[in-house]
Design a protein around this ligand. Sequence first.
Ligand code: UGA
Length: 469
Amino acid sequence: MRIALVGSGYVGLVTGACFADLGHEVVLVDNDEQKLAALRTGNVPIHERFLPELLARHRGQRIKFSGDLQAAVRECQAIFIAVGTPPTDRGEADLSYVESVAREISGAVDSYKVVVEKSTVPVYTSQWIRTVVIRNGAEPSSFDIASNPEFLREGTAVTDFLYPDRIVVGVESERCAEVLREIYAPLTSGAYYSRSDAIPRPDRAQVPPRLIITSTKSAELIKHASNAFLAMKISFINAVASICESVGANVHQVCDGIGADSRIGPRFLNPGIGYGGSCFPKDLMAFRAVAKECGYDFRLLDEVIRINEDQRHRFLRKVRGVLWTFRGKRLGVLGLAFKGGTDDIRESPAMLLVQELLREGCRICAYDPAAMDRAKEALNSSVEYAAGPYEAASGADALLILTEWEEFASLDLDRLRKLLKYPIVIDGRNLYDPAVMATHGLSYYSVGRPAALTEDLPAGIRTNKRERP
Ligand code: UGA
């Protein structure tokens, strides 16, 4: 099928590359000529596993790049809208890009088209798109609107697309459902998975995936509710971690116990310094705003957001508790991205913590395997950047782990101890076993677990417990 993807950002680019790999003819449309020129010459603007391979495989063959949206609409049967929906000052999603794309599509509807919203949008957006397309002159029977939310995670977006837990398609007509069924048939029939050149299957993937067909409103809600639920899981375990700290319990043992209940499950229960990124913070605010507009005060979401912000402040208090004063201290920082496997620093808790530590007068030497270029643009110039984790640790009063990169979980601990000025590691992502750290002579502080200590500190810090009055 011929498919247009409007917006060549994260979602558009990954979706377009994957559709091409399923055998479709894809036109990636963007109004940024510079971006298009870079993409045409083989540049891949985001750090995403398998994306360079897929773009190289299909560029100039099944994928072309274009600045002409109306020509793409005329040429294609399905048009996926994947433009940005940034938050407004009030936390709502700004849908003006979606609206202007809908207006432009309208003038080019010359045969039956399916317009699919792929961006994360509030409930009712597909109805609004329909209204705008009709207002601008298209025949109501000449097109349908569908909602097909994406559940891609940055860093694993390509495999998430090709090996999804489910594919959700919201439609209002059988004709439209048929077009989307056909688009996803290589996945739902399992045909893609038997190909020798298929992108390798990740461990947990169940194939073929289930196609869930719903109304457009339900599909829109599925996306917001999924992200809100996942964020709630993280805030829940972070709240439990705080209680673990107060009583001297180990949050990983608690997670093991609760995650073994198949109704709860062990995934997305990693405690830490809170969630960040371009999705959860924005989507939670947008979902809260949607709920309010519909007359429901979703206070649970307020609390999820509050716990998430508090988690960073708790971590900062922990660092202060270990270092006593901040001014002039040199801290090695591992991780700036909002999570491992990406160069994205949007709403990164690591970045927010670094900014706070700088304000407090700390000197920072940071290392991140992918996000340093982006961080340099956002942080003040006093930050030093290291060529690797050991250089960041060298001469530091303490080492802070702020992003869950895999390579940070397998450091040479003896080398680290020798390089640090004091043998102190404060881990906001719980990448190490405290007992192992202690055997390597490191004082180790993490989230929701008793500290491992090689030195004598005031009592509250030593036990990682708040002293009872
Ligand atoms: C998230 C969802 O996981 C995707 O399903 C969704 O499609 C995407 O948002 C979106 O709406 O576009 P993403 O933001 O890429 O994906 O990242 P996640 O892997 O979900 O991590 C989000 C944040 O939560 C990170 O800061 C991560 O460090 C943190 N996290 C995650 C935890 O603190 N604990 C966990 O157990 C899991």
